[in-house]
Ligand binder design. Sequence first.
Ligand code: ADP
Length: 471
Amino acid sequence: FDEIFDVIVVGSGFAGMSAAVQAAESGAKVLVIDKMPVFGGNSTINGGAMAVAGSPLQAKAGVKDSVSLMVQDMLKSGRGMNDVEMLKLVCDGTSESAQWLAQYGTVWKPFVQHFGGHSVPRVLQTKESSGAGIIRPLIAAAEKLGVTMYKQTKLESFIQDADERVVGVEVKRNHFFQKSRSGTPAKLGARKGVIMATGGFGRDIDFRQMQQPRLTSELDSTNHPGANADALKQMMLIGANPIHLDQIQLGPWSSPDEKGFGTASQFNTAATYQNGIVVDVRTGERFFNELADRKARAEAIMTRRDDQGKPVYPIGFTNAKGAKNAQTLAWGMKYDVIKKADTLEELAAQYDIPADKLKAQVAQWNQFVKGGEDKQFGRPLMQAFELTEGPWYSVRMWPKVHYCMGGVRVNTHSQVLHLVSDKPIEGLFAAGEATGGIHGASRLGACAVAEGVVTGRNAARTAVSEKAIDL
Ligand code: ADP
């Protein structure tokens, strides 16, 4: 071996950084590697929202919540496909993990939000509205705790001993992502084990199409360019059991007018879906429950097509009271993703919507809010308010590939299970999006941070408790 550690963590997103910090807290000699030129993966470019069951902020807002209610919500969204034991482990760990993150410097906004598919407001969000508000403090903590961190270092394959225990990884150092096998080879030993926190494969068009042929290159993705199936394939090669790989989530809040995650995703999650409505531009009418789970919303949006099957992008909009975040608005308008209109007539004209119909829909919505019941689609109205005056802010919407519910099968100790024996592959652990089963058919919003942090720490606890082997 070129170098030897106790624990090697592959990937530096929520799952990897949480695992690294947790393992280092108990004194382990830890290495984090990431193949990309920057740390943080998808985690650092998402909205930084974390679903937490039973937070002090919920108590302050008078919201009644429990671990079992969160489990029920996720099971409903997952269409009953979820691994219930893993689900309980994640939900049960959210409250303590949110505090653990805060101890290391994550600052949560002082209120809870109501995201789609959750039956109550339970979402905390970093003050930056970005996962960087979690990743940066964790990287600082890792450095303080003596964790070694190598970027541009790609896992190529696993090293196993005679008993097939994973004892290290073969990597390429100074790896350039664009050139598939570039870099200098090195062998890194792991006395206690390797934790795979390598995320999903949303940007891997070939692999995702093998699972779901409709996910062609026509669909953009919110993921970072490194989100491919290479690491998953290496785990499969040593016997890991891949499950639910065809369960690939489309984010229902993105816009065709920009690349990647973008501003629209932030705007729609925090503004239109909570405080506004979404309408078909041909009719001016709502056509789904804007607080349904992601799968229901994305599928509903994708039904909006013309006679030739081409997308007819619906719009989401809210007013100044609903839009809240001035910075998101400024960015969105600068790049022409978010449009501003002073009146509903002007908004209708911007998208060629029949103005009388749009006005009638808004009036009807306001009646629902007043009456406390959405008679069209049964949307929960706990945080809704009447949309009475402009200015109006709007975006065009079309889903993008966002998250892979599938991945390797793990047990509640975050050990990766073998395809044939269903027993742990010794020395191999996995956490975060790299694992499958927790979310079933559809992950609820703000549950990836919850999953990554809780399962990353869980994997680290198991790994450090392993007997160190002599290398
Ligand atoms: P999660 O939210 O589950 O932590 P992320 O997508 O945020 O997932 O992070 C996964 C990280 O793993 C990314 O930064 C990605 O570059 C890294 N990664 C994926 N495959 C490899 C690999 N083969 N070698 C090294 N790093 C990898």
